[in-house]
Design a protein around this ligand. Structure first.
Ligand SMILES: Nc1ncnc2c1ncn2[C@@H]1O[C@H](COP(=O)(O)OP(=O)(O)OP(=O)(O)O)[C@@H](O)[C@H]1O
Ligand SMILES: [Mg+2]
Length: 644
């Protein structure tokens, strides 16, 4: 694994990801609360409260639709041959299913009289044999269709899942800071789920249902046009019923999704913040709130059931009334001699079966709605471009010295607030810098620019005189490593986690790195030493121990430029001292920027920078600055007094 992959999670680990199983509205709602700013490149699909927007302008809807269609097209393109086969199989198998009643009619009206009048069994055997063959072929084809359709939908989902993962992983830190991990999780889970549901069942049912109705209608008309006319009349109330169902179910289903989202958000929030909930006795307030949300959910569901309570019986009523009309009209015509009994039986069967897929068709619309919303959101993510793009013509720099320069850098996260107004900084190779300054001064921002998690708005950041934007990404990640306070551990053993710094490192190298940062002792005290699983009971390590592990990781990576952003904040004084001893030897031949609130760290620095409001206000050796009267001298005096 490259160092780029290693570093990103370190930075993003602080974001909440507890809402993993929440539906999209739930996490979107949280996300909207956390970040008001929409992603620039795409149309935001979030409303004011983070619920799905449905007030798109015509142009926006058109763009959204075009975008999801393009995505769908690119997903379907490699499956073209299989899709054609699928279409053929479904047409033939449905035609086979529909042939049954017609054969029965022929048997009754032609084969049966042949037996009775002439004792001729050939037509009877013929029709029975055909019926059996058609039935078996229909069953086999239906099975084939089901398997084919499932394979195609799985192939599409496999492709989409991979695309979403690989693409999101490649997107820059800026994206992940705005598009909270909760939201990106819902793209990969609930959104893909609603697409899967549509592909797996909804679409199958739609295609089979529509074909079935069309073939049935054709068979009916071919067999007896008069009965076809009766069926055509019944289509009018059916059409109104389905329209009524769709328009009502759309709002009601949306209401249930929103209500269930609230229930889940509240649940997830309570459980992730359970310590604060119990510490501040928020339980009873939570109980009332949660009770309210659950009640809303119940009411929304009841309304949906009421809708079905009307839809289902009316559908059955229309079906039965049509059947009755067909039989009555047919009965009169049999008496009149213009229709045969067998034909009437077939016509009645067709009229009855015609309504079978109606309910599924009405339901399809719903699945289609949520799947297309999901598709729009996913295509939005896939449309995002990394804000820190890979260089077109990368400059290789296999052996950097570690000299870093900031030339006329201006930086703003967003247009309304400039964080670094005018920044020049030149760090010779091998220098150790301590960066201090008050909270919000811009220290971490500087670090993120140095490690190219962001690009400057103006000016340039250079390593060995090469603009980071033009530097080969692999070389850059190998040369510059940033360690932050959030030391993220991936599932696996302690040794695996350290080895992230240098894939393929030997056990000796890993242990040497651990010893250098003073992590060896506590690792040996774990149940299985270096092989302890960090996610198992017993493998759980404290915040300070986690930091030591991420230190060992960085030491093993052995970069030319090492940036430590409050990387020792959770360590106790003895551990920090231990790390510092390691640091001194380790920083000897590399460029280092250490950001720390504890001034003890400053002792090992060659140079101290004091930063305020995005500017460097003091710059000098620790001794010079302490001897002066500036801000650092005051800070240092206060710190020394606190030690006494
Ligand atoms: N992702 C971001 N988007 C927008 N503004 C940000 C972002 N990160 C930081 N800022 C703003 O930039 C300014 C500098 O933040 P920065 O994190 O660099 O401060 P810092 O010096 O590291 O502070 P601390 O000592 O608390 O870590 C702050 O005003 C902060 O609000
Ligand atoms: Mg910071």
């Amino acid at each position: 694994m490259s160092q780029q992959e290693q570093q990103l999670p370190v930075e993003t680990a602080a974001q909440p990801s507890g809402a993993a199983s929440a539906p999209q509205e739930a996490v979107d709602e949280q996300a909207a609360a956390q970040s008001a700013a929409p992603i620039t490149a795409s149309i935001t699909t979030l409303g004011v409260r983070g619920e799905e927007r449905d007030d798109f302008t015509k142009a926006e809807s058109k763009r959204l639709r075009r975008r999801s269609l393009a995505l769908l097209g690119s997903l379907a393109a490699p499956l073209k041959a299989r899709l054609v086969l699928l279409a053929v199989v479904v047409v033939v198998s449905t035609a086979g299913t529909v042939a049954g009643p017609a054969l029965i009619a022929w048997g009754i009206d032609n084969a049966l009289p042949a037996v009775l009048d002439r004792n001729d069994w050939v037509p009877a055997f013929g029709v029975v044999a055909t019926y059996i063959v058609v039935a078996i072929a229909g069953a086999v084809l239906t099975a084939w269709y089901t398997v084919l359709a499932a394979r195609i939908s799985q192939a599409i989902l496999f492709d989409l899942r991979k695309r979403v993962f690989l693409h999101t992983q490649r997107l820059s830190l800026e994206f992940h800071e705005t598009y909270t991990s909760g939201r990106i999780i819902s793209r990969q889970t609930s959104d893909l789920d609603s697409i899967r549901e549509l592909l797996d069942s909804g679409l199958n049912q739609l295609i089979q249902g529509v074909l079935y109705m069309v073939f049935t209608a054709i068979a009916l008309v071919a067999l007896d046009p008069t009965s076809g006319l009766v069926l055509a009349v019944s289509l009018v109330p059916l059409w109104f019923l389905i329209r009524w169902f769709q328009s009502n179910s759309q709002t009601l289903f949306r209401a249930t999704r929103v209500a269930s989202a609230r229930v889940i958000v509240h649940f997830v929030e309570t459980m992730t913040g359970i310590r604060a909930v119990q510490a501040f006795r928020k339980e009873s307030r939570n109980r009332d709130e949660y009770g309210g949300y659950v009640e809303d959910y119940r009411v929304a569901n009841t309304k949906v059931f009421n809708l079905f309570g009307t839809f289902d019986p009316v559908l059955v009523l229309i079906g039965n009334a049509t059947l009755a009309a067909v039989v009555i009209v047919g009965g009169f015509r049999i008496v009149g001699g213009s229709l045969e009994v067998g034909a009437l039986l077939a016509v009645a069967l067709y009229a009855k079966r015609f309504f079978d897929p109606a309910q599924e068709l009405a339901m399809f619309y719903n699945g289609y709605q949520s799947a297309s919303a999901a598709m729009e959101k996913i295509s939005g993510v896939l449309e995002e471009r990394p804000s820190v793009p890979d260089p077109v013509k990368p400059t290789r720099l296999a052996d950097a010295s570690g000299k870093m320069d900031f030339d006329d850098v201006v930086f703003a996260y967003n247009a309304d607030k400039v964080v670094l107004p005018a920044f020049d900084l030149h760090i010779p190779a091998g220098q150790t810098i301590a960066l201090v300054g008050s909270t919000g001064a811009g220290k971490s921002t500087l670090a993120k620019l140095m490690a190219r998690f962001y690009d400057p708005s103006q000016g340039s950041v250079q390593l060995d005189g090469v603009d980071l934007r033009e530097l080969d990404t692999k070389d850059m990640r190998r040369a510059i490593v940033m360690v932050t306070q959030e030391a993220y551990l991936f599932s696996g053993s302690v040794a695996d986690n350290i080895a992230l710094g240098k894939p393929g490192a030997s056990r000796e190298e890993i242990e040497r790195a651990a010893k250098a940062v003073g992590a060896h002792e506590f690792i040996m005290a774990l149940p299985d030493g270096y092989d302890t699983d960090v996610n198992k009971r017993g493998g759980r390590v404290s915040a300070g121990q986690r930091q030591l592990l991420s230190f060992a990781r960085a030491f093993l990576a052995d970069p030319k430029v090492l940036i430590l952003d409050e990387a020792t904040a959770s360590l106790d004084i003895p551990s920090e001292r231990l790390v510092q001893e390691g640091l001194e030897t380790l920083l000897a031949d590399r460029t280092a920027v250490i950001i720390a609130h504890r001034l003890s760290t400053v002792a090992i620095a060659h140079r101290v920078l004091v930063m305020e409001h995005g500017r460097i206000v003091e710059d000098g050796t620790p001794d010079d600055l302490i001897a002066g009267t500036g801000r650092f001298a005051q800070l240092h005096a206060a710190w020394r007094d606190s030690l006494v």
